[in-house]
Design a binder for this molecule. Structure first.
Ligand SMILES: C[S@@+](CC[C@H](N)C(=O)[O-])C[C@H]1O[C@@H](n2cnc3c(N)ncnc32)[C@H](O)[C@@H]1O
Length: 275
């Protein structure tokens, strides 16, 4: 894996701080603690200088979760589509052979749909860290229904923005992209972004255009999360941006079990505000 920029470290530091506090908070509870990394990567992230030479490595999300100390996770599940990265994850599992680690090669949505545990006795955290728009809404709904896994999700605002050009009609978005967007949003609510443009074209037609920033479609996605999770969805989130401050991802949090809303949201909120 290659280092994307300071935002890579920012999301991992937030995740790690949460995992640390979360496991400590549940330390004396009778639950089996599970960590699921659905877009697991290769274990390490390579840093390169301007010339392309390797200058070091950063621990990825998987190894950070393995190394949580105070109350380590009882089980760790790493899902990854890419064969080479799975081979790296297998080496990581070998290095920590005394830990209960599973590496599943495949599509995260499929593996999460088929994941079976006794959810009444398990609690855990799911990290959804895709490159782009790979997380399907049906996956979010399925995980929400388990009432067991807190979710940290990176919503790819820049990828969605590229798919929703500002000066087009919603019907001009290609059928393939429209289907992808519908599978990400869970419905066709993304089409509501387009409003009639008050200016007419040269031919006297009214075109529609969408709101230019990322907030419009992000608010639609947040509203959909709100409908599924209710109070389990934390309204506060973190925008991850490039060095030139272009938005890349929105980092958001949802609570697994309704009884954990208080402690989980206050830990997550505290971390998002302080880090
Ligand atoms: C942003 S990286 C994850 C980085 C990782 N969290 C870390 O800290 O090292 C996204 C990963 O998701 C994998 N991926 C992409 N699409 C996938 C899918 N549909 N199912 C599972 N993994 C997928 C990619 O191969 C890539 O390794």
């Amino acid at each position: 894996m290659r280092f994307g920029g300071p935002w890579t470290e920012e999301k991992l530091d937030i995740l790690e701080a949460y995992l640390d506090a979360y496991t400590t908070a549940l330390k004396n509870q009778p639950f089996k603690l599970i960590y699921v990394d659905a877009f697991a990567g290769a274990g390490q992230i390579e840093r390169r200088d301007d010339k392309g030479d390797t200058i070091g490595f950063l621990r990825g999300s998987t190894e950070r979760a393995i190394r949580i100390q105070d109350k380590p996770f009882d089980e760790l599940i790493f899902i990854e589509k890419d064969a080479k990265r799975c081979a790296e994850l297998a080496k990581l599992r070998h290095r920590y052979h005394d830990r209960n680690i599973t590496v599943e090669r495949g599509d995260a949505n499929r593996v999460l749909r088929d994941l079976r545990r006794d959810w009444r006795t398990c609690r855990g955290v799911l990290f959804l860290d895709p490159f782009s728009i790979e997380v399907e809404w049906s996956t979010i709904k399925r995980v929400a229904s388990l009432n067991s896994l807190d979710i940290w999700i990176l919503f790819p605002v820049s990828a969605v923005m590229r798919m929703l050009p500002a000066l087009r009609q919603p019907d001009e978005v290609s059928a393939e992209w429209a289907n992808r967007l519908t599978s990400v949003f869970g419905d066709e609510s993304w089409r509501d972004l387009y409003q009639d443009d008050p200016q007419q074209t040269l031919f006297g037609e009214h075109r529609s255009m969408r709101e230019r920033g990322v907030d419009g479609f992000l608010n639609i996605y947040k509203k959909n999360l709100d409908e599924v999770f209710g109070d389990r969805f934390l309204r506060k989130s973190r925008r991850l941006v490039t060095a030139t401050r272009s938005p890349l991802f929105e980092f958001m949090f949802c609570v697994g079990n309704p009884r954990g809303i208080g402690p989980a949201t206050s830990i997550a909120k505290h971390i998002l505000e302080r880090m």
